[in-house]
Write a protein that binds this ligand. Sequence first.
Ligand code: NAG
Ligand code: NAG
Ligand code: CA
Ligand code: CA
Length: 218
Amino acid sequence: MYLCCKLMLFVHAFILLNCHIQGQETKDTQEDVKIEVVYVPSECEQKSRRGDLVNAHYDGFLAHNMSKFFCSRSEKDGHPKWFVVGVGQVIKGLDIALLDMCRGEKRKVVIPPSLAYGEKGYDNIPPNSTLIFEIELLGISRGPRSIEAFLQIDLDNDKQLSKDEISHYLSEEFRKDGKKRDPSVHGLILKDIFEKNDHDGNGFISTREYNVYKHDEL
Ligand SMILES: *[C@@H]1O[C@H](CO)[C@@H](O)[C@H](O)[C@H]1NC(C)=O
Ligand SMILES: *[C@@H]1O[C@H](CO)[C@@H](O)[C@H](O)[C@H]1NC(C)=O
Ligand SMILES: [Ca+2]
Ligand SMILES: [Ca+2]
């Protein structure tokens, strides 16, 4: 799981990023996320905190008719999502709902529109929709974007990550975790990494571009 964590720190789900953009436009209100804990494992050595890289499955439903609009179990071959929690990679309500969870914990959460897609809605989510998510937290990893990880990838030590360096890193991580993958996955992930992180488009990821979130609690 850890090897996979390090690898996936780059890979943000498209949908989540879209959520983020839409979610940011909503205004703050008094409304809260309602959290129902469905299952907590007896062993819980570590709870999720802001800034952690987490791995989770979550299915999303529209509260008004319980139709399912998102299902991480059926999208992208059913791989659970990796993202950094508490930093706006997902809608605000999910950022709140995913804190203080144990590995293996399950929650059912009700998210008001103000902490989801607001008055505008998004895609197949109508305006002013209250959302319900069934969440299962599968993994927690601390400080994914550490400088140690950066230096490890930066083979020529020039303080920026080239396509070759990241490609090499991906190959190593794929080899270590030993899962069978379609060869095209490698190229797709690489492309995605650069689209999401190489903000000035110079073909390299700088230390600054690499640090997408503030380490204020790490
Ligand atoms: C639930 O509501 C959404 C949006 O209002 C609609 O698109 C969808 O067809 C509805 N689903 C069912 C099963 O009624
Ligand atoms: C959404 O809610 C806001 C505030 O309650 C309201 O002004 C607006 O008309 C609503 N939009 C729709 C499409 O229902
Ligand atoms: Ca380099
Ligand atoms: Ca760059």
